[in-house]
Design a protein around this ligand. Structure first.
Ligand code: PHE
Length: 458
């Protein structure tokens, strides 16, 4: 049933709450900072030519990502519910807006199923790094192909990652998610600072990396790059699928939502830029090209790690695995919280059954030889799910959340939740009513290949 408040306490809801102010920030930053920051951001920045792309991405984070994050946290904390229950609570029981929550739960399920496979590769590479990379560049790069095509290896590491997610989420909000975020996030930060310093001061690629990331060359900025920057802002901030609604629902009334959202967006961006600096310093030091596409982390870097040795590669893949883990638990928590709140399941039952179901479904992505015809060619389940969730489901979820916040969510409640001054609220209100929806509609139309000024090769 909706919103069970324990009878013996008026202030602590039985469904869980962060123990400290830092708890929310670390858990939410943990959700946001993931493969998106350390794997995807550097390779798309490399592909789209650096600085100008980074600048557009930063603008997107501020005018689209941040407002939407504020909106999601406000919805969650006001309703004290999982994403489905939140829209029911803030509108009415049979409200069609609950579809937004449903879409979020479905997105969480689908994203985790393939996210876990990539996260599994990251864990596998910790062990490969300990052994060390040897042989010719081709041989080192082939290791990755072998890992991906071997059903046994991919399934093994996917299993390990899902087990870790289940083990943490089963511990609950404070003793599972918060506790582990408090350990993993600072560790991640320390490792990344170390790697960045190494890149900046112990390689010859540092200044070139900074120039590549921060000196915009607008001649390289295509419409395609700008749209990818916008789409990526969504994925990297964990928006459009209720993760921030869920984490917001565990937030204390006394916490300031605006400041927390600024902090989480800032940390997410900072980590992406630091990871970019560390990675490109190495890439330039060894005279490689930055545009290495998807293979940047798992194919190009290992070739360079052969030179640096395990002192750099082991921490790097630990970093990647930690980042993926704190994001994976947030994806699982969205799904689990629905079954706890609405279906009244115990946390243990919900986590085991849903975690198990996601694991089984994820096998389809782990076994890369399973393909389906999609958009005119045979594609792996992994690619199809990645495409559908990132290009369709998250933007639709984000658009609905934005429209709900702008036009349905009661004004008085919004002001109350927002927390920071009048003027700031008014700016937020205008952005969420005008700027964010327009930006999200553009991302969506681009995902559907329907933007009039783009050439989709048809
Ligand atoms: N933000 C995560 C990342 O950058 C991915 C994610 C998306 C997590 C949506 C939760 C929800 O890797």
């Amino acid at each position: 049933m909706a919103n069970e408040i324990s009878s013996n306490s008026e202030t602590v809801p039985s469904r869980g709450q962060w123990a400290s102010h830092l708890g929310f920030i670390l858990a939410a930053a943990g959700s946001a900072i993931g493969l998106g920051n350390i794997w995807k951001f550097p390779y798309i920045t490399g592909e789209y030519g650096g600085g100008a792309f980074v600048l557009v991405y930063l603008i997107c984070v501020v005018i689209v990502g941040l407002p939407l994050m504020i909106a999601e946290i406000m919805i969650g904390r006001r309703a004290q519910q999982n994403p489905v229950g939140a829209f029911q609570e803030l509108h009415h029981k049979n409200s069609p807006w609950q579809l937004t929550g449903w879409l979020g739960v479905a997105s969480g399920f689908l994203i985790l199923s393939f996210y876990s496979v990539v996260a599994g590769w990251a864990i596998a590479y910790i062990f490969k790094s300990i052994v060390g990379f040897s042989g010719s560049p081709e041989q080192i790069q082939n290791q990755f192909t072998e890992l991906v095509v071997s059903p046994f290896d991919s399934v093994l590491w996917h299993s390990v990652f899902m087990m870790l997610c289940i083990a943490i989420v089963i511990g609950g909000v404070q003793r599972g998610i918060e506790r582990w975020s408090k350990i993993l996030m600072p560790a991640l930060f320390v490792i990344l600072i170390g790697l960045m310093f190494y890149g900046l001061f112990f390689t010859h690629g540092g200044s070139q990396a900074l120039e590549f990331l921060f000196k915009p060359d607008f001649s390289k900025l295509s419409a395609e790059a700008a749209l990818s920057a916008l789409g990526h802002a969504f994925f990297t901030l964990s928006l459009g699928m209720g993760a921030m609604i869920t984490y917001g629902s565990y937030m204390k009334k006394s916490d300031n939502i605006f400041k927390n959202a600024v902090m989480v967006s800032f940390l997410d961006t900072l980590i992406a830029l630091m990871a970019g600096t560390a990675i490109f310093s190495l890439v330039f030091h060894y005279g490689m090209e930055p545009g290495q596409s998807v293979g940047l982390i798992f194919k190009t870097l290992p070739v360079l790690f052969k030179e640096t040795g395990p002192g750099i590669s082991v921490p790097f893949f630990i970093l990647l695995s930690f980042a993926a883990l704190t994001s994976g638990i947030s994806l699982l928590e969205v799904v689990v919280s629905y079954f706890i709140d609405i279906r009244g399941w115990s946390r243990a039952k919900a986590t085991f059954l849903l975690g198990g179901a996601i694991y089984l479904f994820g096998l389809l992505s782990a076994i890369s030889s399973i393909t389906l015809p999609f958009r005119g060619k045979d594609q792996g389940i992994f690619d199809i799910l990645d495409f559908v969730t990132t290009n369709y489901m998250l933007p639709v979820g984000g658009l609905l959340t934005c429209l709900f916040t702008a036009w349905v969510f009661k004004r008085k409640a919004k002001i109350d939740e927002f927390g920071s001054g009048d003027t700031l609220y008014r700016v937020f209100d205008i952005i969420i009513k005008v700027v964010t929806p327009i930006a999200v509609i553009i991302v969506l139309l681009h995902g559907l290949e329907l933007l009039p000024f783009m050439d989709y090769g048809k």
